[in-house]
Design a binder for this molecule. Structure first.
Ligand SMILES: [Zn+2]
Length: 164
């Protein structure tokens, strides 16, 4: 009797695990093959607005940088700030990385990349330390950044043409 109960218990545990696994696969696939959700779009928008307000308050700069979520970024990059050949400033966020941690992408990556965008806006194009200068660091911190380390091995600024 007891064994039978135990057997049933394991049987159902395995069944539930398989269902969860299948559900996760389905969710992953759905995330990969669809545009980002409205909820996520809204979160990105709100974070961008907060960042812009801080920029206005600390530097009196009004800068509206388009933030584009793309699955074409190399997986090593969370985000990248781009100064295009026709002098537009853009921020790309890696869609694949949102799956791991949405809050990291929003709270860490957006202010970090926005600070790079501000540097472009100020015509500061030094690639020394991949653009992680002291000035960039203080802007990043003032934008409430949590990842404003100057000695990161991030190559996340692109000046000129991008492949995405
Ligand atoms: Zn950076």
């Amino acid at each position: 009797m007891f064994l039978q109960k135990l057997y049933r218990f394991f049987f159902f545990s395995v069944l539930i695990s398989i269902c969860l696994l299948l559900y996760n696969w389905y969710k992953d696939d759905e995330f990969d093959n669809n545009p980002i959700s409205q909820e996520l779009e809204q979160q990105i928008f709100l974070k961008k607005e907060q960042t812009r307000q801080l920029l206005q308050r600390h530097y009196n700069i009004s800068l509206n940088v388009p933030i584009i979520v793309s699955d074409k970024l190399p997986s090593s990059l969370y985000g990248v700030a781009v100064f295009t050949n026709d002098e537009k400033i853009l921020i790309y966020l890696n869609k694949k990385r949102f799956k791991e941690s949405r809050s990291y992408m929003i709270d860490y990556v957006i202010p970090h990349e926005y600070a790079h965008a501000v540097m472009f806006h100020l015509k500061e194009f030094s690639k020394e330390q991949s653009g992680h200068s002291e000035k960039w660091e203080s802007i990043c911190k003032n934008l409430n950044g949590k990842k404003c380390d100057r000695f990161v091995d991030n190559h996340d600024i692109i000046i000129g043409k991008t492949g995405f």
